[in-house]
Ligand binder design. Structure first.
Ligand SMILES: Nc1ncnc2c1ncn2[C@@H]1O[C@H](COP(=O)(O)OP(=O)(O)OP(=O)(O)O)[C@@H](O)[C@H]1O
Ligand SMILES: [Mg+2]
Length: 444
């Protein structure tokens, strides 16, 4: 699915000549239909600037902004108008007209469209005001409404045209905690119902959990995943759950070119470590789910890069003296759960010796254990198995690739490639072990 908003390498400058100052630096972001992205960051970091560029309220100077399939860089005024008509805006100040009732304020937007009769516009305005819980206030004037109620009218107004994109700049800033929460809940419900993309700028940490993704701007740069979620651990777990549910991370990883993947994995694993340092056991479970996604994509990448048919990632459970398959690529729908005592089978030997093994003809090797082949209906022709060590040098896992395509066995450059994954896999598997032992300690 095409993103509703696709921003690439966006730079922006204010002022001219000597006063010219760069405000946004190389921003790239996608926002998909049905997704809520929260844009947060310190005052002056460029949030409003980015928002106004995304909706064509400000001229794009450098880079690409594609909103609703229209390139806004260089767009003609008529194109910009068309794009803006499909966007709902909600600002900190609700901008309601005091001389009009709640209903008339909402209807006003529909009157831009001459095909909609007054009766129809009233019907739709009432429907939206009811959805935001203002059925009792339809014919009230703004001065008769509380701050939260006025903001809800503004939301009804933004959504009544069923926009494909909603841009909201600090919609809860003027509201108390309860009204702020109500407003974002309504926004979320309506947006999900209408499948629209929402970009919501906020300083308000209390609402971060409605986000499918959090984008943090610092001095005009998009800052990293971990520093972005910062120290707000209360919201952290919810944000993680959502990211995991939507497969956001996996999607992102899938899109990366092969070359960037290993680097990305390295960066991300460092960030996982930081995140984990700030987490208790409840959050650990969610992190585990996130790590699973990373490991699955990593297994796929390893297979792809080494032209292998399958990759299995084993974790070593020292306490039980066994290896178990954290990720095992295979054909069936049920996860393939492989357990081996340390020292048994090729992976078990590698776990025991800490030495890499590269076999051209495993069925003739004394340590090869054909049980898994029997269970899964696979036929192993070649194996490359590498130990994964913790930073302290302990073997904590084994990565095993099977069946080099087009060749009898894996060669030395395959060994080298696999070696490139070792440091990242080490950190991820170490994190997994820590999360699992934290969780099992908690269960006792
Ligand atoms: N029209 C303008 N002309 C010159 N500079 C501007 C203009 N608008 C904003 N700026 C500057 O650009 C920077 C980013 O402003 P922007 O309004 O995008 O920040 P913001 O992240 O929305 O901040 P806040 O959280 O306070 O709303 C700030 O340093 C601001 O002073
Ligand atoms: Mg702003």
């Amino acid at each position: 699915m095409e993103p509703a908003i696709k921003i690439r390498n966006l730079n922006h400058y204010y002022g001219t000549g000597l006063l010219r100052k760069q405000i946004l630096f190389d921003i790239s972001v996608d926002i998909h239909p049905g997704e809520i992205v929260i844009n947060t960051g310190p005052s002056g970091s460029g949030k409003t600037t980015m928002l106004t560029l995304a909706c064509g309220l400000r001229t794009v100077q450098e880079g690409s902004v594609r909103t609703l399939d229209t390139e806004l860089n260089g767009a003609r005024p008529a194109q910009l108008v068309r794009v803006r008509q499909n966007i709902g805006f909600i600002f900190q100040a609700h901008n309601l007209l005091g001389a009009l009732t709640a209903c008339q304020n909402v209807q006003m937007t529909l009157h831009l469209d001459s095909t909609i009769s007054t009766r129809e516009s009233r019907r739709r305005a009432v429907e939206l005001l009811t959805l935001v819980g203002l059925e009792e206030r339809i014919d009230h004037y703004p001065r008769q409404l509380s701050g939260g109620q006025k903001q809800r009218v503004a939301i009804a107004r933004a959504l009544v045209r069923r926009p494909k994109v909603v841009l909201a700049d600090e919609p809860t800033a003027a509201l108390d905690k309860a009204s702020g929460r109500e407003v974002v809940d309504i926004l979320q419900k309506l947006a999900k119902g209408q499948g629209c993309a929402i970009l919501l700028v906020t300083h308000d940490n209390r609402i971060l959990d409605v986000a499918d993704r959090i984008l943090t701007l610092e001095d005009g740069h998009v800052s990293s995943f971990a520093s972005g979620i910062g120290s707000n651990t209360e919201q952290l777990s919810t944000a993680f759950v959502r990211m995991q549910r939507k497969g956001e991370l996996a999607r992102h990883l899938h899109e990366l070119p092969d070359g960037e993947f290993v680097d990305m994995l390295g960066t991300m694993t460092e960030e996982f470590e930081q995140v984990l340092g700030a987490m208790d056991v409840a959050h650990a479970q969610t992190t585990n789910a996130l790590l699973d996604q990373v490991l699955e994509v990593t297994a796929e990448r390893i297979s792809h890069l080494l032209s292998a048919e399958r990759t299995t990632l084993f974790l070593v459970d020292r306490r039980r003296g066994e290896l178990w398959s954290k990720v095992a690529q295979h054909e069936g729908h049920e996860p393939l759960d492989i357990r081996l005592p340390v020292g048994v089978g090729i992976a078990g030997k590698v776990a025991q010796s800490g030495q890499l093994m590269n076999l051209a003809d495993p069925y003739h090797h004394p340590d090869f254990n054909p049980d898994t082949d029997r269970r899964s209906g696979f036929h192993t022709r070649s194996i490359l198995a590498m130990p994964v060590t913790s930073r302290a040098g302990l073997v904590i896992g084994v990565v095993q690739v099977l069946n080099r395509r087009g060749q009898d066995s894996f060669n030395s450059s395959d060994e080298q490639r696999l070696g490139e994954f070792a440091p990242s896999l080490g950190i991820i598997l170490e994190t997994c072990s820590r999360v699992l032992s934290a969780a099992s300690a908690d269960a006792v």
